[in-house]
Design a protein around this ligand. Sequence first.
Ligand SMILES: C[S@@+](CC[C@H](N)C(=O)[O-])C[C@H]1O[C@@H](n2cnc3c(N)ncnc32)[C@H](O)[C@@H]1O
Length: 195
Amino acid sequence: MNQETAWETLYQQGNMGWDRGEVSPALSHWLASGLHKNQRILIPGCGRGHEVLELARLGFDVTALDIAPTAIKALNRALTENDLHANVMCGDLFHYEPEQAFDAIYEQTCLCAIAPDQRQAYADKLYHWLQDDGQLYFSMMQTGEEGGPPYHCDFLDMRKLFPSPQWQWMDSPPTMISRPKGTRYELAFLLRKKS
Ligand SMILES: C[S@@+](CC[C@H](N)C(=O)[O-])C[C@H]1O[C@@H](n2cnc3c(N)ncnc32)[C@H](O)[C@@H]1O
């Protein structure tokens, strides 16, 4: 089964253990600590897009992308019902080429959905999509387990994937983002693309 079909099947079956059904505490954390309004922000692997709706409501210029048509359909419906606007696309992020770079990217558990042998290609995309000095708001999944998805985002692996010549890791400890149930959690880090 290819990636699109695999994710689409999970959405069609309602088998979405990752979906909180509401905005992640990670977004509230970043909004409280300096994610400024009126930015051009990208959410890759947005899923049903609770954070897309919230950022659109707050006045951000949001672009959102997911490979699963059912997730995108649900997001578009919610945007219409709430009289909100975002640039929403259904497609594979590995083929995504924006016309203009973004001020910020909100990465919420999309990396953990990507097979480890494609991680470098995804990290390169994130770098390419951001303008110089752009911010990467990053929630890294912690499963403590082998295999996936979701694939565990080991801190040292992440430091290698987002190395200091290209990225500045903000000098503050990560924030722990709990999941509604189970022992998994996310670590929220802020990175800046170096010019
Ligand atoms: C773990 S889910 C997270 C969804 C959402 N960010 C959330 O927190 O609810 C991963 C998402 O990435 C999407 N995805 C996986 N591979 C993708 C790809 N190659 N291109 C675009 N989206 C992809 C899946 O369809 C899924 O919605």
